[in-house]
Design a protein around this ligand. Structure first.
Ligand SMILES: Nc1ncnc2c1ncn2[C@@H]1O[C@H](COP(=O)(O)OP(=O)(O)O)[C@@H](O)[C@H]1O
Ligand SMILES: [Mg+2]
Length: 297
């Protein structure tokens, strides 16, 4: 059954260019909730800082020798299956120190695509001399944002692929959104969040125009809420910005931080946390949307 990708997995990119809004926490716990419901989940850490890789207790993979996700994104999509690491709740594509070069590499790929599309009188091979892996042969379409999509097409058997994205706008984040075409947006109860969400929406529109895809907003996670007034303020903002999207509320809980430092989601720890209900609600909504209606766990 197709769920929006050629491998049949439902793909979701957890994104917001603002740092510290809870992308990694939300991504890990949504993935944990889906796994707890019996789903087979692949988690992709697209952030060069590797917080999720560390948070899921596989920090060694971050320093591992090539090939890594960097190579999968820059001309060698088939290496993806070799770098998947098993975690007790989900499979993980770890980030890697080499991912610090990925934005630069994808920028060169993007320039080569622009040369091809516009028929400019510049030899793309000159640009690839500034690249580590990217060659003109790798860039065949009108843009070069399909590299994660192509790498994910080489793995199958997952109900969901959850992508944790970097805290900045750019090609790397765009490859994550392009591959998933569904976004879940964590945001904090701060004045700066409104602007961050506006910029994110602009970015999605630009990506849609550039590539011809449609990005679907699955919902907002109002995160790290401490007071009722904060919760009300967030509901007002996000409700106005996204009248048709669900808005979930996750309160500030040290249990979420403790689970993270144990290398797990709150569904993988002994400790009880009331926010498990919220993450389960999110997972249930996704199961409904993507047609996984029965809990098999
Ligand atoms: N609901 C929450 N309650 C308590 N701490 C949280 C919560 N959400 C995130 N945090 C903490 O806030 C920090 C930033 O969260 P993180 O998920 O790393 O954000 P991002 O990935 O967007 O940069 C981390 O230390 C994380 O443990
Ligand atoms: Mg993060």
């Amino acid at each position: 059954m197709s769920r929006g990708s050629t491998t049949g997995s439902a793909r979701i990119c957890v994104t917001n260019a603002k740092g510290g809004t809870g992308k990694t926490t939300v991504a890990i716990n949504v993935a944990g909730a889906l796994s707890d419901r019996g789903r087979n989940v692949l988690f992709v850490d697209l952030d060069p800082q590797g917080n999720a890789t560390e948070g899921l207790g596989i920090a060694d993979a971050y320093d591992a020798q090539p090939p890594s996700l960097f190579d999968a994104l820059t001309g060698n999509p088939e290496v993806l299956s070799d770098i998947v690491v098993e975690h007790e709740e989900m499979d993980v594509v770890p980030s890697n120190i080499d991912m610090l070069q990925a934005e630069h590499e994808l920028t060169i790929a993007d320039l080569i695509a622009r040369i091809n599309t516009r028929g400019l009188d510049i030899d793309p091979a000159i640009l690839s001399q500034f690249a580590i892996n990217v060659s003109p042969e790798m860039v065949t379409g009108s843009h070069a944002l399909d590299t994660l999509d192509r790498a994910l097409d080489t793995v199958s058997g997952y109900d969901y692929i959850i992508i944790d994205s970097p805290p900045f706008y750019g090609n790397l984040t765009d490859t994550g959104v392009f591959a998933a075409q569904h976004v879940l947006v964590p945001a904090l109860a701060e004045a700066t969040s409104e602007r961050a969400i506006e910029l994110l929406m602009d970015q999605m529109v630009a990506l849609e125009q550039q590539t011809g895809i449609q990005v679907e907003m699955l919902g907002v996670v109002a995160n790290r809420i401490e007071t009722t007034s904060e919760a009300e303020m967030m509901l007002e903002w996000f409700g106005a910005a996204f009248p048709n999207s669900p808005i979930w509320q996750v309160r500030k809980r040290v249990a979420l931080q403790r689970a993270y430092s144990e290398g797990k989601s709150i569904f993988g720890t002994e400790e009880q946390c009331d926010m498990a209900d919220v993450f389960n609600d999110i997972a249930a909504e996704f199961d409904e949307k993507f047609g996984y209606n029965k809990v098999t766990a």
